[in-house]
Design a protein around this ligand. Sequence first.
Ligand code: SF4
Ligand code: SF4
Length: 182
Amino acid sequence: MGITFLNFLRKPVTVHYPEVKRVYPDRFRGVLALTYDKETGEENCIGCRLCEYICPPQVIKVEMLKAEKRNFAKVFTLELYACEFCELCVQVCPTDAIIMMKSFDLATSDRRELLLDKDRLHTIGLQFEPSWATGTGLRDMQTPPKAAPVEHAKAEAPAAAAPAAKTPATSAPATSTEAKAE
Ligand code: SF4
Ligand code: SF4
């Protein structure tokens, strides 16, 4: 009865979605999208197919279009209904062309609407707020920091010398008292 009374007084944790939307974390793994270069307006995807190779459920299909200055994706499809939202495709993308958005607002009762083609993926990229995570950002984050070589060596030297100075004391010959006891 006490628990019931406590829960009766507790503030509700639910929100009236979609009228009220929660603030999602910066690295929210929402729907996937393709991006444009902000300066040139060109598609960022170069059709390299790395995202296709890494995708565990194999829901991405890419066909490369070779061009003079750079390559493009001639075909890019993503079956969002089978996506695991693992973010691996984002992590490997060399040009930050595929990202995740801070939204999952694509709910539908028609499965075909979740087979996303290139145009739809670009539209989603303009429609929602992007997550923090990009391929470049994630790879930078995972790279181990490089040690400062000179300062590091100086700091290590006295520490390495200290045990060496103690070594003779610990292995010193037995005192005359100890020798007598033996
Ligand atoms: S998030 Fe994972 S499962 Fe979804 S498309 Fe990317 S790699 Fe595939
Ligand atoms: S989205 Fe990125 S990883 Fe996938 S094909 Fe395009 S450039 Fe390559």
